[in-house]
Design a protein around this ligand. Sequence first.
Ligand code: SF4
Length: 436
Amino acid sequence: MSTPPAGKTAAPATTQKEQSMLLQKQMIGGHYDALTRAREEGRKVVYTFVPGNLTELMRSFDLLPNLPEINALQSGMRKLSGGYIQEAEKLGHSEDVCTYVKCDIGMLKKGNLGPTGKKLPPPDLLLLSYTGCFTFMKWFELLRHEYDCPVAMLHVPYQSDGRIHPHHRDYIVEQLRSEVIPKLEQVSGRRYDEDRLKESLALSARAEDDLVWVLESAKNIPSPIDAYFGAVYYIGPIFSAFRGTPEGIDYYRTLRSEIEERLRRKQGPITPDGPMAEERYRLVVEGPPNWTSFREFWKMFHEEGAVIVASSYAKVGGLYDRGFRHDPARPLETLAEYCLGCYTNLGLPTRVELLQDYIREYRADGFMINSVKSCNSFSVGQLLMLRQLEERTGVPGGFIESDLVDPRYFSSANIKNRIESYLQMLEQKRSSKASQ
Ligand code: SF4
């Protein structure tokens, strides 16, 4: 493809780690260290999932969250997931099963070494906040066979008509009171402290404000961020263990001030190969990223000058950009509404409307679907979404296929070829429009 060099990134030598990146590295590393020391320090550990996580509630009992999906994606980025997946397949887990699950099971069978190379503790509680993806339930059924510990299940009703009804919220609050909180009390040996929870929720709301500001900065032209590849770093602290913590506040304040500066200077996103020199295409992306070839995957876009200005994946742990904030005045109700609003808990029509709005609000030239067949929660209905989005917006869509953490399903040449052809088609459309 004849892309002018202007779309390329600057030389790697110019790449520098920003303060927020260093901060995040310290925070995540510190959290893994705390997990590995948990046993000797007498702390209790809860395994739970990202969408619908109850971090503030767990932390109000001094419990440490451990998130299997985060461990799996970290293993993917460290090129360990392929071996773990094969280990799980040897034990009989089918090729079609979500590869996060197989990666987690394989990691467990090979000694449960976390991303820092140190052994992760077994759970003192499995807390399943069930938000839309059936695999969450099957995953914890498997872990329940491996660990001798209590299980708490929070059933979150699917948003089938795209609305949160009061009876949905009340149903969840009732489960929090009668099922989840008693289990947390039992495991931690502490009483439920609502004032502590409220303090934490107030911190969450402040960090959420800054995160939304950062994500919405992509409405500017040029966008100072990449809202898919860059945003997976930005959402790391808030979607994992740091919602409702002072460290979370610091991180998002620092990140926001860095982006404000980039915006002031009219700079584009910083990629692993340096700052982007020119924004040529603005895209919306649907679907999770590939982690085993993450840098290579990102490069296929940024070296063509393609910036992702909005993505559904950056909302997998909460749609704050649609207005939701944790509300300390209504602690359990707000946790219930948070769980109900996660992307995985939304029906197809709501997902289509969301992406349609993103295409319009972020002035996107196109949208791309990265379909991951082993992630049913995202991939079901994506071809229908493609068709509906094209019809409603008039913006052409692209479709690629890869996997989360299984390196066997990242066909580099094939994906690159599709992305280039897609961008070429956008270019041709643009030229023919200009000549009319
Ligand atoms: S199927 Fe998708 S949403 Fe469900 S656990 Fe696996 S990666 Fe997560």
